[in-house]
Design a protein around this ligand. Structure first.
Ligand code: SF4
Length: 502
């Protein structure tokens, strides 16, 4: 270990359990093994010395063999809270094999005290700053136990992820990150405490190089801009980034983008036009609540005093599908909040509606406030759709849980879901550049015909939606099939998490 030259290194990404965003039940239809690649780990890989031999093991796509553990001198493990169970199992295996471990990512940062005895070295904040420090100490033979910093890295120094390590065909989409940080300050969100208020951005030529790299590696399909708020630096995005992506995309085939934005996107037609022209077809937005007082409570200023339904429709009409997050359990939630959430979601045509119970991650202002009020009970699970919380809600936990189950049942039961799909298909004006149909998707359609159209209890709704789409919105036919497959996944998740019979 003291001589760090020519090491054999495993980069391990633990298994993500069955979750709303894991899409495990949907990706089987299209012969994929995971939705997203481990972008953080691939970026860390680029920070490691060139002469090291690297092997990526994404437990979501391939197993970890004992030969891998024998081959390796060191293992870098990156994990989120939700991957805790498998992370602990992997650490146990590494320990048994006498393999040195380096842990990084939100799981280790949030619970670093729990991992002091289980991991040899902990990288608690941004890898671009701390991995070089660790390597330097390793070279000198004096690596420390914990590496942490309160500095934010310069995104211009973030390297291109090492895509060579990845078997791209196993994944539904690739990922890219342009910025970190968000100008807003929602009380429950840890993005600003982790990454700061002023979004830091990569240079445009850097982003284009990353896109080039993915294209050169023959990636034709969806690319997810993982930024917490893609439009956090609006001027930069409008004047520099999007024009460059539009130019880049001119001679490229089969690339579609999606990302996360704030609702103020709906105020800026020029921005939406540019996004659509650049190849974006969907955005995720934190809507949180139709209740004005709850929005005020969590400091969701950008959502206040708006006609949120109208805003969503406008974005859909401009050619961007809206996916959204909703939260119940605010102190100011009125008794009828559950019915109102259902009504809002059904009216909005938001097919992918991630509804969660309010949770307080450590480091957030919400956590600090509720801690003072003795209303924190334990830690978050990292899955915001599993019906769990670590807070004592004002309305009482039973009422909240029952209300939560009511919402999920009434938005994901077959009839309500297909109703919403139709609403969305009616409102959505798809951009001219739309995702290409691959062999896998044709196969997915055939499988959906059997699984949903013949065996599923949704068969009537499935065929009705398919026929309606073919008649009235034929260009949206692939979207309709995708929505049907997603619905199947969401129902499985509701059954597993909440025991709902839907
Ligand atoms: S807008 Fe989104 S990313 Fe920004 S602080 Fe609010 S929840 Fe977090």
């Amino acid at each position: 270990m003291e001589d760090s030259s020519d090491l054999n290194v495993l980069l391990i990404y633990p298994k993500v359990p069955d979750t709303f965003w894991g899409f495990q039940h949907a990706i089987k239809f299209i012969n994929k093994k995971a939705a997203y690649p481990p972008l953080g780990l691939l970026t860390v890989a680029s920070l490691l010395p060139e002469n090291w031999n690297l092997r990526l093991i994404d437990l979501n796509t391939s197993p970890l063999h004992s030969e891998d553990l024998i081959w390796a001198d060191m293992a870098f493990i990156s994990a989120m809270e939700i991957q805790k169970k498998n992370t602990d199992e992997i650490l146990e295996l590494c320990k048994k094999s006498g393999l040195k471990t380096v842990g990084g990512g939100p799981l280790f940062s949030n619970r670093y005290e729990d991992y002091l005895d289980k991991v040899d070295h902990l990288i608690l904040n941004e890898a671009e700053i701390l991995v070089p420090e660790f390597l330097n100490d390793l070279r000198k033979g004096i690596p420390e136990k914990v590496y942490s910093t309160n500095r934010f890295c310069d995104m211009e120094k973030s390297p291109i992820p090492k895509w060579d390590l990845l078997k791209m065909d196993d994944y539904v989409c690739m990922s890219i990150q342009v910025s970190r940080g968000c100008p807003f300050n929602c009380e429950f969100c840890n993005v600003t405490s982790l990454f700061g208020h002023r979004p830091r951005v990569k240079r445009v030529d850097q982003v284009i190089r990353e896109l080039d790299e993915l294209y050169r590696k023959n990636w034709r399909g969806r690319i997810f801009f993982v930024d917490d708020n893609f439009i956090g630096r609006k001027r930069f995005v409008k004047k520099e980034l999007l024009p460059a992506i539009i130019e880049w995309r001119k001679d490229k085939k089969g690339i579609v983008f999606n990302t996360q934005v704030s609702i103020n996107l709906s105020d800026d037609d020029e921005l939406m036009e540019l996004m659509v022209k650049a190849g974006f077809d969907s955005v995720f937005i934190g809507i949180e609540s139709p209740e004005e007082e709850s929005l005020k409570e969590c400091n969701k200023k950008q959502n206040e005093e708006r006609n949120l339904l109208q805003n969503i429709r406008h974005i859909q009409n401009m050619g961007l599908e809206v996916q959204a997050g909703f939260i119940v359990g605010f102190d100011n939630d009125p008794p009828d909040i559950f019915e109102r959430q259902v009504r809002f979601i059904q009216k909005s045509g938001i097919v992918i509606a991630m509804v969660g119970i309010l949770q307080a991650p450590e480091g957030t202002r919400l956590y600090n406030r509720l801690k003072k009020e003795n209303r924190i009970i334990g830690e978050i699970t990292g899955d915001n759709v599993d019906g769990s919380t670590n807070i004592i809600p004002k309305m009482g936990i039973d009422k909240l849980l029952n209300g939560y189950r009511f919402i999920m049942k009434n938005i994901y039961s077959v009839e309500a879901y297909y109703d919403r799909v139709k609403k969305f298909l009616k409102e959505f004006r798809p951009p001219k550049v739309y995702e290409q149909i691959s062999m896998n998707r044709i196969l997915g359609f055939l499988k959906a015909n059997i699984r949903l159209g013949m065996l599923g209890k949704e068969k009537r709704y499935y065929w009705k939606t398919i026929l309606w789409t073919l008649l009235y919105k034929p260009r949206l036919f692939p979207t309709a099939v995708t929505c049907a497959i997603f619905g199947y996944h969401f129902r499985q998740i509701c059954r597993k998490n909440l025991g709902l019979d839907i």
